[in-house]
Design a protein around this ligand. Structure first.
Ligand SMILES: Nc1nc2c(c(=O)[nH]1)N[C@H]1C(S)=C(S)[C@@H](COP(=O)(O)O)O[C@H]1N2
Ligand SMILES: [Mo]
Length: 163
């Protein structure tokens, strides 16, 4: 994760001199997720950054797909812990501007996974990728309700820690 930290340093330096981000170089991998924690943290994570975090996976059906599928990604709890976020709420925003807030403490118990692969392959936008929050719905009937479904955001582009 040295990479994220060095990006962080660059971004902070940019913010300090006027709030403008340096344009990504042509060789830079595509950013998938903007992670924002107030004015302190504003980072763009690409697939490599996410794969450097502790990754996890599970197999489940969803109400949006056919048959059991294996999802691989970063547990939201681990992603937040990496950024020292252990309480409060986060807001997740999708490419269609759908957004939903969820309490950080509930993520610890619920195994919300920010999935970047399904059955070993990256997911296209059409397949609800490149990032989709999925839960192991099959394991637990407590995950089979509208609240959890509303937090199952696909085409995630941004995560804000709410102050
Ligand atoms: N990107 C994105 N994810 C989303 C939504 C959305 O509009 N956009 N709606 C959410 C809500 S409120 C629910 S209940 C379910 C809706 O699933 P459905 O469209 O199959 O009813 O997906 C969730 N994930
Ligand atoms: Mo919903």
């Amino acid at each position: 994760m040295g990479r994220i930290l060095s990006i962080l340093t660059v971004v902070c330096a940019c913010l300090a001199i006027g709030g403008v981000r340096a344009p990504a170089s042509a060789h830079e991998p595509e950013p998938l997720l903007t992670f924002v924690n107030g004015s302190a943290v504003h980072v763009e994570l690409d697939l490599e950054d996410l794969e450097d975090l502790p990754v996890g996976q599970f197999t489940t059906t969803t109400i949006w797909t056919d048959g059991p599928q294996t999802y691989e990604g970063v547990f939201l709890h681990d992603l937040l812990a990496y950024f020292n976020v252990t309480e409060g709420e986060i807001r997740v925003t999708a490419v269609n501007d759908y957004s939903v807030s969820m309490p950080v403490t509930e993520l610890r118990d619920q195994e919300a996974l920010l999935a970047f692969k399904r059955n070993g392959k990256i997911m296209s936008m059409r397949q609800k990728g490149p990032l989709w929050i999925v839960y192991p719905y099959d394991n637990n009937t407590n995950l089979q309700n509208e609240i959890v479904y509303s937090r199952s955001v696909w085409q995630v582009v941004r995560l804000d820690v709410l102050g």
